[in-house]
Design a protein around this ligand. Structure first.
Ligand code: B1M
Length: 213
């Protein structure tokens, strides 16, 4: 197998045997983020497909998630970072009812490596908790992640609750269940501030930079 195929396979098989050596090998050729977005994401997509076809059980998907997390943790120190002063503070959360956090944590890494102070509230964060954290932290923006279809609807509810609490800072939304269209037609109308859709973590950084400029 090629190096790229092996990297995808670690994720699919949920195995860490040899992972670090191959990641180090890949770092000679690719930027850390390209390793994540390329072979590792390809593996995760395959996991999603197998899971969907009932060829994997949740416990196995969890193993795959562990491999992905270990890989991201290994690659993180090699990522580019800017030593600029804090560009802004961002509150980050996976929405209520949703446990998926690999994408959100990637967003945290990218933002914090690029001059943002990130307050990561974790997973299954209900609107009340977000509102309380907003009042305490006074962030410049709020980032919401969600991968389940029901999480897209939960973002609509969350936007409504934030609006009712008088919050108007920009909201950045992302995650597999979401589309730009859903963001603009369903979430944005429920909120008094900007609602921006990010297709991936780098896109999230671009949007945050545009807001802070
Ligand atoms: Co789940 N899961 N899962 N899962 N899981 C999906 C999402 C699913 C599509 C798999 C499938 O069936 N094909 C499916 C959703 C179906 C649907 O709603 N339509 C699904 C399901 C059904 C479930 C359960 C319900 C299964 C069950 O229990 N029967 C359950 C849900 C529990 C719950 O949330 N209440 C569940 C559980 C799990 C695990 C715990 C086993 C594990 C998560 C572990 C963890 O996160 N700690 C897991 C995993 C790993 C997946 C898949 C396979 C991979 C997700 C992932 O980590 N991708 C996923 C299938 C898939 O996506 N192919 C699947 C890698 C990650 C880097 O990508 O998070 O998409 P992602 O992030 C991307 C972008 O989306 C974006 O940037 C990242 C790339 O740079 N992004 C943002 C994300 N958030 C952003 C926020 C931003 C900006 C960009 O700004 C704020």
């Amino acid at each position: 197998l090629s190096l790229e195929e092996r990297l995808a396979n670690y994720v699919v098989e949920g195995s860490k045997d040899g992972l670090i050596d191959d990641l180090n090998e890949a770092l000679k050729k690719y930027a850390p983020l390209d390793i994540i977005n390329g072979p590792l994401m390809k593996g995760m997509e395959e996991v999603g497909r197998l899971f969907n076809d009932n060829e994997l059980i949740v416990a196995e998907v969890l193993q795959s998630a562990e491999v992905m997390k270990a890989a991201v943790a290994h690659l993180e120190p090699f990522m580019e970072r800017t030593e600029t002063a804090v560009k802004g503070k961002i509150l980050l959360a996976t929405v209520k009812g949703d446990v998926h956090d690999i994408g959100k944590n990637l967003v945290e890494i990218i933002l914090s490596n690029n001059g943002y102070q990130v307050v990561n509230l974790g997973i299954k964060v209900p609107p009340e908790q977000l509102i309380a954290a907003y009042r305490e932290e006074k962030p410049d923006a709020i980032g919401l992640s969600g991968l389940l279809v029901k999480s897209a609807q939960q973002m609509v509810t969350t936007a409504q609750d934030l609006r009712e609490a008088g919050i108007e800072v920009p909201i950045l939304v992302g995650g597999a269940a979401l589309t730009r269209k859903f963001t603009h037609t369903r979430i944005a109308p429920e909120y008094n501030g900007l609602v921006l859709y990010a297709k991936d973590a780098m896109d999230g950084l671009d949007l945050a930079n545009r807001l802070s400029d």
